[in-house]
Design a protein around this ligand. Structure first.
Ligand code: I3P
Length: 126
């Protein structure tokens, strides 16, 4: 309610272009492929909208269908080993998928880490 009065979105709702790389799916390692991605945090989920022209065309035809990541049972941690890039954290989902998110804007990544951690903690694990 305070957020609404202040005219701000709750901090478990965010969106921004970030660099994203999916490095595992269902416990299987994938080849790392960074892509600029419109990332939306909506409280319980992270949504990834690809920015590519191909994807934009597909979205026009099918309606925009982002990749949706359930944060229930997920984990988040900063990593310096999984990438040579700065400001990288990893999200591991309950289903064993691993995503790296990165941006040159350090403050921005702190804010994302904070918001995602809050979202995960608010969902609990049971
Ligand atoms: C990868 C690409 C990534 C890099 C990754 C490379 O090569 O250069 O950007 O990750 O390093 O393997 P390719 O395009 O040939 O797959 P970072 O930018 O995060 O360092 P890695 O193998 O050390 O993960």
């Amino acid at each position: 309610l305070a957020d609404i009065i202040a005219g701000e979105k709750p901090d478990t709702e965010k969106c921004e272009y970030l660099n994203k790389a999916k490095i595992a799916e269902g416990g299987k390692k994938l080849r790392k492929n960074w892509a600029s991605t419109w990332v939306v945090l909506d409280g319980k989920k992270l949504l990834f909208y690809k920015e590519s022209k191909q994807q934009a065309l597909t979205n026009l035809k099918t309606g925009c269908k982002p990749e949706s990541v359930d944060l229930y049972g997920a984990q988040i941690e900063w990593t310096t080993e999984k990438s040579s890039r700065k400001n990288v954290f990893q999200i591991t989902t309950g289903s064993g998928s691993e995503f790296l998110l990165q941006s040159e804007k350090q403050a921005s990544m702190f804010s994302w880490h904070d918001a995602i951690k809050k979202a995960i903690d608010s969902l609990g694990t049971d």
